[in-house]
Structure formats: C-alpha cells, structure tokens
Design a protein around this ligand. Sequence first.
Ligand SMILES: O=C(O)C1=C[C@@H](OP(=O)(O)O)[C@@H](O)[C@H](O)C1
Ligand SMILES: C=C(OP(=O)(O)O)C(=O)O
Length: 435
Amino acid sequence: MANLTVTRLREPWTAPTATEPVDATLRLPGSKSLTARALVLSAVADGPSTLRRPLRARDTELMAGGLRAMGAHVSIVDDERWLLRPRPLQGPAHVDVGLSGTVMRFVPPVAGLAEGPVTFDGDPQARTRPLGPLLGALRSIGVRIDAAPGDGLPLTVRGTGRVTGGEVVIDASASSQFVSGLLLGAARFTRGIVVRHEGPPVPSAPHLRMTVRMLRAAGAAVDDSVPDVWTVEPGRLSGHAWHIEPDLSGAVPFFAAALVTGGSVTLLGWPRSSLQPVDTLRTLLQRMGGEVTLGTDGLTVRGTGVIHGLDADLSEVSEFTPVLAALAALADAPSRLHGVAHIRGHETDRLAALARELDALGADVTESADGLEIRPRPLRGGTFETYADHRMAHAAAVLGLAVPGIRLDDVSCTSKTMPEFPALWSTMVAGGGHR
Ligand SMILES: O=C(O)C1=C[C@@H](OP(=O)(O)O)[C@@H](O)[C@H](O)C1
Ligand SMILES: C=C(OP(=O)(O)O)C(=O)O
C-alpha cells in the first residue's frame, strides 16, 4: 500500500531569548481535540453541523480530509466557520493520518460504517504508534480489518455499511483515544456499544469526559457511571452548532513564558465552563509559582519571578509534560514528573526525547519507566532535536526564552496543531502580541 504522505520540509529555527518580561494578550487557535470530535460526530449525524472557530492545522485538516474522502461534505466557509453536511459514507477511500493520534484512532471505527474499503496510512513515525487494541476491539464487534504485521498502519477497513456493535473488552492503557474512537461512531452501530477497559489505568480522563459530553450534546444516550465502562445506546445524532474553545495544550507554552520571564500572558476567549482541564493546569502552574486568574477578558497567567520544582502525576494531562519538563529544567529545585509511561507512544517517545535533549543542554535528567526526574543545572545553547513532535518544539521555545542559542532542528512540526506558532511566539517575545 503506498504511503501518500507528502514529506514536510525541515525548517531550522533559533528560539528567541527574552530580554524583558513578556506582556501579551493573545487569541489562540481552537482546540485540536474539540475540533476532531466535532468533525467526527458531525459526519455521523443526521443533519448539517457548523464548527465555530475550529482549529485549522495539519491534524484537523487531515481529519476533515479523511471524512471528505469517505463522502462527507466539509466546507471551510472561512477561518471562523466550517460547515459539515453528512452523506452516506463510502469506500474506496484513502485516509492519510499524518502523525495524528485522533485521526488514526477516531476514523477507523467510522470507516466500518462506510460501504467499501478504506485504507489508512501516515508518516513513518505514525506506523509505530499503538493501534492494535483498537483494531482488535473493532474486529470483535464485526469490523473486518487487514493490518500490517504488528497490527498497525498501513491498514484497510473493509466497511460493509454497518457495524454490529455490542460489548467489547479493551486494554486502553496505551491511549484514551482507543475508547474515544470506539464511542464517537457508536450511536450508529446496530447495537450501540459497551466498552469495558481491563488493564492498567486509562490515561487522559479529561479527554474521555470531553468525548462523553460532546456525544451527549449531539443527542447520544451515554452511560459512564461505572468506572472503566462506557455505554452508547444506538440512535440518531443530530447536527449541532459546535463552539470550539481555544486549545489549552497549545496555550501551555505561552503561559510558561509568563513564568520564565516573570511576565504576564492573557489568552482571550476562555469560556467560564470549559471542556478542557483548565483547573488542573491552573493548579500545576500555581504550584510552579505562577498566578492564574480567569477574568472577563480571558485566562491570565502571571510569573512571580520564581519557578518552583514540581512533583506531579501528569497522567490526566500528559500532553503538558514536554513544556512542564522545560519549566522544571529552569526551576529552583528538582522535579519529578510521573504517571506518563504512555507518552512513549505519542508523536515520539517523549520521555526518551526529553531526557536526551535536556541532558544535551546541561540539565541533569533521569528517565524512569513512567516519567522524568529533572535536577536543574545551568543550561547552555545548542541544537535541540524535535523528532517531528510539536510539543518538543514548544519545550525548546520555552527553554530558549532563558537560554540563548537554542536551535531547533525543525520547527515545522508545530504545524500539527498550530502552524502560526513560530510567528506568534516571536511576536510575543519581541513585545508584541496585543490584540
Ligand atoms: O482524545 C484526544 O483528543 C487526546 C487524548 C490524549 O491522548 P492519549 O490518551 O493517547 O494521551 C491526548 O494526549 C491527545 O493529545 C489528544
Ligand atoms: C499526543 C498528542 O497528539 P495525538 O492526538 O497525535 O495523540 C499531542 O498533541 O500531544
């Protein structure tokens, strides 16, 4: 099966160093996770949906492209509004998953509902990301799938237009996205679905709550009252007007800049009640020395001139690990970040990559099975490899605020979730960023 992915051109970048505290008010792009779910739910709904302020980035364009390839009508009215009209899902189709966990885990269950074969492949690193438990679960509810040895990409879902559904048992400890993927299309399965997780804890609980809340908003009957069991009744989903919140994980490096420089960063457009784990981020940043407030103008983080070390289980918010590790390397005391064994299966093995790159800059880092111990030391500039991982690039940018001469081998990986990252970041550091 051909890999149709177009190779990205490497873009080296030297992270700008801050000569004064940042003071910025920014509007950031929409949440990747909310946009991905809104697209999938809209594709299996009965009527048209709109997405207000969605994320326009590689991951969500690939999601839209995959659904389009199977027949959904996705139109980008403008950057503020996308329109999705569901159509009968059909193969033959090809879905390029890029390096996106959401595309590779949310679309195959939906492809089971298509009539005809749907092939999936992605970037070379995508082929090493865990997928087997999801494919096994889908097979157990009647979906035919041919996959590469090791049960990963490239693969073909041989859709028949219907999925029987019913009860599945899965070990979702490698990724919460297995469960979210099974649930998102399940209202359309003949018998709905009961997903029962068996194994070490499922990470990323806030993302599972997001899936459940968005399914309910689309009209699905969902029961998540029993720990590790999720039930979606068969039924129709209605079209919905989705309002996409700004991306919290994408916001983390900008907030970190306030801590590193003793400055202030306000992100506009934060809802009072969020589907993302804002309170967890607030607690973590406060423990590291920041002041966090949610006001009428947005979410503001102020640095107080100190960065404290942090001992924290990050299993619920593992996406934050790279940037928090960068903060930890600049802190006034050692840190222990743990509970995140599964991020070895993210865009890259993030624990190994962070240990290697922080070490190369002079930090004293010990990698454990499920985390990192970081003992701050004076850091020096040098090349920082990003391993095609947007959040490694974010971590390097944060370090670069305080350490001159940090050169990223490639910053284009930030296009996965925020193509405007290098420009926004440079504007913020140069003293701009007011809107
Ligand atoms: O469902 C989602 O949108 C996500 C779930 C999490 O995945 P894992 O549970 O694999 O960490 C998170 O890290 C990822 O960036 C987005
Ligand atoms: C783990 C991440 O992404 P993905 O959705 O590709 O798993 C991430 O964005 O940090």
